[in-house]
Write a new protein. Structure first.
Length: 364
C-alpha cells in the first residue's frame, strides 16, 4: 500500500536522528519473523500450562534469567513478561495495595508519569517526595514524611534511573530510614526500566532483592531494543499467591494485569538474552558508557555544560534551540534536555550532533 510505503520512508528517515529517548537500535529479530503468522498467546500465569498455542517455556526462561540477575530468593520469586515498564509498575503497586490496603506510597518528583496514573487507577494514598538537583530522592524529606505517618504501612517507589537524568534512588538508604523509624510493614518497588538492565553487569546492584527490593520492573525494548514494547516484572512469589484465582475456561490462574498476553513479546526478550548473553550485554553497556563520556567531554569543550549521574547512559544539558531539539528528537523538561547513548547510537552520529551544537553556540 502506498500509505504504508510513505510511512516507512518517514519513520526510516526520522530514525537516523533519534537520540533523545531510550531505545536501542542494534537489534535483528528476523529469525522470529516466521512465528509472526501464528497467534501465540501466553494467557494467564506463565508457570501454569494451558492450551498449546503459547510459548510459556520461553517466558519462564526469561523470568529465571532475571531472577538470578537481580538476586531474587531461590524459592520465592515469580514474574512475567509485560507490555513495558509501566505495566510492571502497575503490577507491583497492585500487589503492594493487596498486602497493605491502607499503606501510603512515597515517590519522588522525578518519578515516571505512569506512576501517578497507576496510583489513581488503584485509588492508593500517596505522598510526593522532593528530588535532589541530580534527580535522586531527597532522603531527609522522605524521613520527615515517614515520621509524620509512621503508624501506616510504607510503600516506596524507588527510581533506578529517572526519566530525565537517570538518577538512582538508594535502596540501602531507604531501608535505613525504615529501620530508624521502626516501620513494621513496608514494601519497596524498584522502577528499573532502563538502568536495571545493565547496572548489575557493572557491580552496581544495590537495588536488587538481596538489598531489600520486594519487586523490580524493567523495560525490554529500551536496552535490548525491539519493534514491540515489552518488559519484565519480578516479584516475591509469596506476594503473588495472594491475588491468583483460577479461571476454568483458560485452564490457568489469573495472576497478571492483562489476560491475553503476547507470546511474541516473550520470544523477543528470550531471543535477546540468548543472543547477547551477559558478556554481550556488558560489551554493549561499556560502549554506551564510553559514548556518553565522549559526548560530555566534547559538549563541555564547546561551552555546553553537560553532565551525567554515575553509571548513566544519559547526558544532561541545558535545553538547546527548538531547531536542534526537533531535529534530534530530544526529550526536554523545563530548561534541560538529554541525549541517551543507547546501544546502536554510533560515535559518528554523536559527532554530528556535537557539530550541530557547535554551530548553534556560534550563532548565539
Amino acid at each position: 500500500m502506498e500509505i504504508l510505503e510513505q510511512f516507512h520512508q518517514k519513520i526510516s528517515e526520522r530514525s537516523k536522528t533519534y537520540i533523545g529517548y531510550p531505545v536501542a537500535t542494534d537489534y535483528d529479530y528476523s529469525e522470529l519473523y516466521p512465528l509472526m503468522q501464528y497467534s501465540i498467546n501466553n494467557v494467564g500465569d506463565p508457570f501454569i500450562e494451558s492450551y498449546d498455542m503459547h510459548c510459556k517455556s520461553f517466558e519462564r526462561e526469561v523470568v529465571s534469567f532475571y531472577a538470578e540477575f537481580f538476586n531474587a530468593p531461590a524459592n520465592n520469586h515469580w514474574g512475567y513478561v509485560t507490555n513495558g515498564g509501566s505495566e510492571g509498575n502497575l503490577y507491583a503497586l497492585y500487589l503492594a495495595r493487596e498486602l497493605y490496603p491502607n499503606g501510603i506510597v512515597y515517590y519522588s518528583e522525578a518519578t515516571h508519569y505512569s506512576v501517578q496514573k497507576n496510583l489513581h487507577l488503584l485509588n492508593m494514598k500517596s505522598i510526593v517526595i522532593r528530588s535532589q538537583p541530580n534527580g535522586e530522592m531527597d532522603y531527609e524529606d522522605l524521613a520527615q514524611m515517614i515520621q509524620l505517618n509512621r503508624q501506616q504501612s510504607v510503600i516506596i517507589m524507588a527510581n533506578i534511573g529517572t526519566t530525565m537524568t537517570e538518577a538512582k534512588d538508594s535502596v540501602p538508604t531507604i531501608k535505613e530510614t525504615l529501620n530508624k523509624y521502626a516501620i513494621k510493614s513496608s514494601y519497596i518497588h524498584c522502577d528499573a526500566a532502563l538502568a536495571g538492565s545493565y547496572l548489575p553487569l557493572l557491580g552496581a546492584s544495590d537495588f536488587d532483592f538481596a538489598h531489600g527490593a520486594d519487586s523490580i520492573a524493567i523495560s525490554g525494548h529500551k536496552f535490548f531494543g525491539s519493534p514491540i514494547t515489552n518488559g519484565v516484572v519480578l516479584v516475591k512469589k509469596s506476594y503473588k499467591d495472594r491475588i491468583g484465582r483460577s479461571i476454568n475456561y483458560i485452564g490457568t490462574l489469573d495472576t497478571t494485569i492483562t489476560g491475553s498476553r503476547s507470546g511474541m513479546n516473550a520470544l523477543i526478550v528470550w531471543y535477546a538474552i540468548k543472543k547477547w548473553g551477559r558478556e554481550g550485554m556488558l560489551k554493549r553497556t561499556m560502549t554506551s558508557l564510553e559514548n556518553a563520556a565522549h559526548l560530555r567531554v566534547h559538549l563541555n569543550a564547546i561551552g555546553v555544560k553537560a553532565w551525567s549521574n554515575p553509571n548513566a547512559l544519559t547526558v544532561v544539558m541545558p535545553k538547546p534551540s527548538d531547531e536542534i531539539c526537533n531535529k534530534w528528537q530530544l526529550a526536554t523538561d523545563n530548561d534541560i534536555a538529554h541525549v541517551i547513548c543507547m546501544p546502536g547510537i554510533s560515535r559518528k552520529k554523536l559527532d554530528e550532533f556535537i557539530e550541530d551544537m557547535k554551530q548553534s553556540q556560534t550563532h548565539r
